[in-house]
Design a protein around this ligand. Sequence first.
Ligand SMILES: [Fe+2]
Length: 303
Amino acid sequence: MITEKQISQQLKREIKSPIRIGNLVDLNIDTKAFLKCFQPFFENLEDDCYLVRENQIKYLKTAFPEDVVAINEIRKAYFYGKVTAEILEPWIRQLGREQKTQFENSSMVTRQRSIASFTIEKKDNEFVIERISESSFEQNVDDFRSWQRVFKEADEKVLKRSIFNQLLQEAFKMVAVIHPSIQKLKITSHFMRTIAAGIVKGENSPEGVHEDGANYIISALVVNRRNITGGETQIFEKRNDENELIFQKELEVGEFAFQADTGEEKTFGNDLWHYVTPIQSINKTEIGVRDIIGFDIQLLDSL
Ligand SMILES: [Fe+2]
């Protein structure tokens, strides 16, 4: 497993905030069995319509810079689906032919997802895992992700399998190496498919270099890469308001990136951020997909 220690050696300066780059084998998980269980699961995720609406709004703001104030006025209602796409008509009507194609491209579904939250507690050397149902999701960040979004809850059947529990337990163990007295965590898992179609790239992190508002994250455990280039995981350190790239890797299927996320600069001294580059399809006549499981990990109780 690559840790912040190897990264520090390469950089020739010390990174103290925890980073782990590894694969399912490092976590003692049977890769073949895990992929067999989870790869089909990604075929039935729900479209992330919030992202489509945000992309449309972003496009219109670029096309009509003089109307940014008016577009911003309807942005939130449209984001939440309280008003239909009809509200965009006054601007769409004015688009030229090429602009219309660009707008249609911005309207394509490039991300699908579902969500499931758990608490995991260590009691008398046993793990107790409980699923918590969450009607909505918001992130403690400064962009549109702080707006409450409702995502489909992931199917109970798949997540009840022991191999997923094993992943939750291994995530707990990684945190416990850093925080030996930790007793309980909350883990919100995201199942995400990024889609590239024709010339339209798939963006997993449209907000750019970011944090997720959790103590730790697995930004990605890659479950599938099909007909794509890109999707490179990047880790940054924020120093004097500048993001410095300190690690980059195109994670292969079965590989993951774990890192400290928010507030760690106060605990460890380095402010880590992250990003994943867009994916593009290799054969443009077919879609390209990247499927990942992401974890937001919140420390709850310690001894
Ligand atoms: Fe993220």
